[in-house]
Ligand binder design. Structure first.
Ligand SMILES: Nc1ncnc2c1ncn2[C@@H]1O[C@H](COP(=O)(O)OP(=O)(O)OP(=O)(O)O)[C@@H](O)[C@H]1O
Ligand SMILES: [Mg+2]
Length: 397
């Protein structure tokens, strides 16, 4: 995602340049810079089609487009409506009165970026990870069910850390399902996006939304912050910005611990880079859970799940599980998908796919081996050692 960050930064630079020229009345320069901002935003949206902020980027791009149109149809100090060529406004541009509106229009999009949902993931969908499940049960599920049994209180912040694709997001969602709670999910990179205005205000808004839901009668709310490390990251170019975000976050966490003592509001943070978090941050996540790569039993269970719709030719799940030590849950899903695609392609290559009744051949262990040659584990040994090392120092179960 770091290339995305670079593009986002570049687009931000062009846009603020454009707005500056615009408010100075330097029409030509403004148009040029808006144009560069637009092409950068479009590039970003094309390269990362699934990125959450894409809708925002496209909205931004069209706002700039409209502004370019308005700027281009200026005659003297008069703006003409580009469609009708009628005069719509006297001298609206040279004093920059429209430029601030461009900034304004992006703030509204914040609400669209937090997802309020009742997730559809169950405890049993999460394979393995018994220790992590136990920690979540003890810290969230039990206190919600029987708060009277916890006179000394209970933790509110739970950190899940570990390599990508091992079930952090799934675990958080399953916890919310289990307590029939509301689930606010947002990724920290989004909170920090310069396109959403000031990041510390976004943090405050996030916690406010959760409090409102509880006031409106929700029994419990889980705020799930993905990529938690980005809150401390170097995204916000503005000097001192990160410190303000960090302080706001710490303040909100403390608020839950004292004023919100009886409310069932929980913060689950997830990160692939736990070492990027500093101690004041960590301290407020009283439980810190390592969400590790699947062990051999978990891998067997995953292969069993993902191969349910596939016909296997004498393949022992134990054998593939043995071959995939070091692969993550999401790697395993990809492997099963690739292996199926490979036999389906054979069917197409042979020209048999046109016959609607034709079926791909059964899959052998060699098919899996072939895919494994091409797909290495997405987590390196070095990275794994770093997690183990960090766990030794900071794990808190
Ligand atoms: N323990 C698991 N049980 C079942 N499925 C899993 C498990 N781990 C990973 N998967 C599969 O991999 C996908 C990705 O998992 P998930 O999004 O929970 O990973 P993550 O740890 O949150 O990754 P990231 O750090 O990249 O956000 C899941 O949708 C699921 O299909
Ligand atoms: Mg995730």
């Amino acid at each position: 995602m770091s290339a995305a960050k670079e593009l986002e930064d570049a687009a931000g630079k062009y846009a603020s340049e454009a707005i500056r020229f615009d408010s100075q009345g330097a029409r030509g320069m403004a148009i040029q810079s808006y144009q560069s901002a637009i092409s950068t935003l479009i590039k970003l949206a094309k390269i990362y089609p699934d990125y959450k902020l894409n809708k925002l980027y496209i909205d931004r791009a069209s706002t700039y487009q409209a502004r370019i149109k308005a700027l281009s149809s200026v005659h003297g100090n008069t703006i003409l409506d580009p469609q009708t060529n009628e005069q719509v406004q006297e001298d609206g541009l040279n004093n920059g009165s429209q430029a601030p509106q461009i900034v304004q229009s992006l703030k509204a999009s914040y609400d669209e970026l937090i997802m309020k949902e009742k997730p559809d993931v169950n405890w049993n969908d999460v394979i393995g990870l018994d220790v992590s499940k136990k920690a979540l049960r003890e810290s969230i599920i039990f206190p919600v069910q029987r708060p009277d049994l916890f006179p000394l209180g209970w933790p509110r912040g739970i950190l899940m850390y570990g390599p990508p694709g091992c079930g952090k997001t799934m675990l958080a969602a399953a916890t919310a399902t289990e307590i029939d709670g509301y689930f606010l999910t947002v990724d920290a990179a989004t909170i920090m996006s310069k396109w959403l205005g000031e990041a510390e205000k976004n943090v405050a808004k996030l916690f406010n939304s959760a409090r409102e839901m509880l006031n409106d009668g929700a029994k419990s709310v889980i705020i799930f912050i993905d990529e938690l490390d980005s809150l401390l990251g170097s995204r916000n170019q503005e000097v001192g910005g990160e410190i303000r975000v960090r302080n706001q976050f710490l303040k909100e966490m403390d608020g839950i611990m004292d004023k919100g003592k009886n409310l069932h509001m929980y913060i689950i943070g997830a990160t692939n880079k736990p070492w990027a978090l500093d101690w004041p941050f960590l301290r407020r996540f009283q439980r810190r859970v390592y969400v590790h790569l699947p062990d051999v039993d978990a891998r067997i269970a995953m292969f069993r799940d993902y191969t349910t719709p596939i016909k296997l030719d004498n393949v022992k799940l134990e054998d593939i599980a043995e071959l995939t030590d070091g692969y993550s849950g999401s790697d395993i899903k990809d492997i099963c998908q690739s292996v199926l695609i490979s036999v389906v392609s054979e069917l197409f290559a042979k020209g048999e796919a046109e016959n609607k009744d034709s079926k791909p051949r059964d899959i052998t262990l060699d098919d899996f081996k072939e895919i494994l040659k091409k797909k290495r584990p997405s987590v390196s040994g070095e990275m794994l050692r770093a997690y183990v090392q960090w766990s030794e120092n900071y794990k808190a179960l």
